[in-house]
Ligand binder design. Sequence first.
Ligand SMILES: [Fe+2]
Length: 404
Amino acid sequence: MFRSAVLTRNKKLIMQIKNTNWNFPTTIWFGQGRINDLPTACKQLGINKPLFVTDEGLVELEIVKKSLDILRQNNIEFGLYSRVQGNPTGKNVTEGVQLFNKNQHDGVIAFGGGSAIDAAKTIAFMAGQTRSLWQFEDVDDNWTYAIEEAISPIIAIPTTAGTGSEVGRASVILDEAKQTKKIIFHPKMLPGIVISDPELCKDLPPNLTAWTGVDAMVHSIEAFCAPGYHPMADGIAVEAIKIIAKYLPQAVADGSNMEARSQMLVAASMGATAFQKGLGSVHSIAHQLGAIYNKQHGLLNAIILPYALHQNRAVIEDKMIYLCKVLGLNDAGTDSFIAYIKNLRSQLQIPNTLNEIGIDLEKAGEIGEMAYNDPSTPTNAKPISAKELENLFRAAVSGELNYI
Ligand SMILES: [Fe+2]
């Protein structure tokens, strides 16, 4: 009897430790089974009739059905927009906004990977605006022209551990006419509540687990290497790198490993929190390739990363030494860190060149120019020209370091 009581108490304690609430950088409800708190989240944000936004691939899955059932069981009337594409488009936003306004929704549930969450955040933002979407591209002070009180509340529920869009104030949306990804920004695009439930990641296949996980790693590395004084972002970035290094291989090897899934979910949010400091050339190029070739964002980042580290080496050596020490590598320095990344990548079955995923040099010049104008470029570890970005792309396509 006594033993049973102790076990029950311990179990309760473990549940308490695993299920926790944070308020940084927004309200995060973390832990297994927290999806059941979705009705409470709606209530807390004053959402009576949410639009549930997810992507084409997820809508048929059990995790979506279960989440919608939870809403039904709690008599919450909802709408569903599930046509978000892998690289979300302006059209996705327009369609979602039309549905939102037609059925008079009063909030958005952003459910899925970065694409669904980015599209959903932008729908919540745009539903009450009078200006057009691209007028809110993250340039100068465009965001100040938004009607702030018309932005609807957002609940974000990530199902991958990568982009960290759930804790971000911006979205990346494809401008189809210009074949360019644009960042749409407003401080109120930060979700009011994030439900961070590792059980929702359980069925994510190993390749997507790997690609999205490396995206979180790249966010953390690029943020850490970005110039500028931001010790808070640096601290979060380094801790995220440590967590990802330990748990990403475990999450890929066994998707049902809830500890690994939990740690990766937290690390993804940390990576995105850190990159308020800025990103760099890896993302500058990946954004363009995602728009032109419609390839998975994390996969692109994973392939480009070692080449970018090589190109930036003159200014990041101290940081690379630090990261090597944090990871407990035998040698400390840029070469050692690049070797570690390459080893991790091959362990995750990620190729070494863009050529291996069907990208060639045909548009190299254009890509260099486009990448130069990407909002991630000004915070690259060192100032970088369009020509240098083109060379980085050429190196990543061919595997030839002498381009750099
Ligand atoms: Fe990213």
